[in-house]
Design a protein around this ligand. Sequence first.
Ligand code: FAD
Length: 514
Amino acid sequence: MRIAYLDRTVHETDGEPKPNGGVSTLSKSIDLQGSVETGDKTTIASKDFGGLYSTKPLALIKPAGSDDVSRVIKAASRIPRMTVAARGNGHSINGQAMTNGGLVIDMRSTEENHFRLLNINGSFFIDVSGGALWENVLTRCVSRFGLAPRSWTDYLSLTVGGTLSNAGVSGQAFRYGPQISNVTELEIITGKGDITVCSETRNPELFFGSLGGLGQFGIITRAMVKLQPAPDMVRWIRVVYTEFDEFTRDAEFLVSRDDGESFDYVEGFVFCNNDDPVNGWPSVPLDPVHGFNQGIIPQTGASVLYCLEVAFLYQKGDHPSTVDKAVAGLLKPLRFVEGLKSEVDLSYVEFLLRVKRAEEQAKANGIWDAPHPWLNLFISKSDIVDFDQTVFKKMVKDGIGGPMLIYPLMRSKWDNRTSVALPDSEIFYLVALLRFVSRGPSVEESVAQNREIVEWCIKEGLDFKLYLPHYQSKEQWKRHFGNQWTRFVERKASFDPMAILAPGQNIFKRTHLS
Ligand code: FAD
């Protein structure tokens, strides 16, 4: 396929290319193995899961492989102000995978390019495409090799390159670190168009910069991911707390224990102390059969309650009594409300694909495609009580039309050399307000409340960071990165000197990095 004479026009004034008006430029023609879509066929790249922003790219490129990605970036660098954005599965919230009037590279077209098992000194790795979906990595690794990656996200219809550009966290991250702590090598097409292999020892600045690097240094075309033997089964358990300090004490106790002395997955969420079908008690039991008696919730008058969610991995051959005993032993020190326990056994793959089931239901109910003004934060352990008092117990006490996740993570499982900005303390919490607008406050109310929460965190001087960050000014980005700002800017200048890689719609203007 040949892109010949891409005709485009640019506003010279504001640093962001716009498709209409201003000075016109022609691109040189480039030969591609893949395809190029224009006009209505670019619609998919003009929106994302968040549904808050819409832009029109100049073209949607479906590369056949790394050479195509390299050629597109090199060609774009010859066109003044042309930008390129990698798109994984478009599950960003704030337009991070979009570029207004630029070229969007749809990495999903490269899914089949790499899938190779490696055995290096007895340790197993899977070499996969940056555009592969984690759900496909899971099912293929388990069915073919009986192996699986160690660290996940809750939902797996996300691409390898997309989550590695952020962090990738779920209930296993307390033990293994985020997904970015579980890759050993990347192939990256830099913002100069160079095809570069990098690792901790080979081009380490590019390797660590790209992990959590928001797609700002290069496009990940291949990743080598650590594997471990896949268990067969999971016992998935939820227990309920009325007191936040007991919930956090137990959650922190579990994530601080050594391997073998804790559950294999630890998460949690806040829910409303009422019978609201979305935000209240019905959101806690794992299924109708394994529900619990709401009559035994203590009458504290609390507006919200807390659910600790844990999982225990085992093999089919394990005797049921062995599993029961191990689980009972792990639950014993926990101080949840007696009787408020819900549990279910399911296969390991079913457990990891649990949100896919929720997606299918939400699609059937027509709520999946509504806007999602989500807010994701990392909040230091030292500030989480204040956050609970003000945000959970007051601001969002009536629910948000979707889950409100909260669980602790360990900073020592993250690598300071990556680009992710974290709070300072060893234990910090992921807080995710996952709003489905069709079931809760309007988009405007949700966005306003998110802003109010972030502004409150800043005003109170909380030690916190946005996860999946999206700021609109240089000052905000500088504050986000703190003492990592200079390193981030220098890496950008080194690997993407022409600022080809688009920072995303409304994220930050390319000139801010120059
Ligand atoms: P996109 O949204 O397409 O892209 C994200 C960013 O990465 C953009 O800046 C894009 O330019 C860049 N990018 C994409 N591909 C590449 C590449 N190959 N190389 C370089 N840059 C690239 N996150 C968690 O950590 N844990 C969770 O449990 C979790 N659950 C989620 C559940 C749902 C339902 C949704 C919608 C999101 C969830 N996320 C979670 C957030 C998710 O990790 C991010 O939104 C991620 O960016 C989405 O991946 P994607 O493949 O759709 O990437």
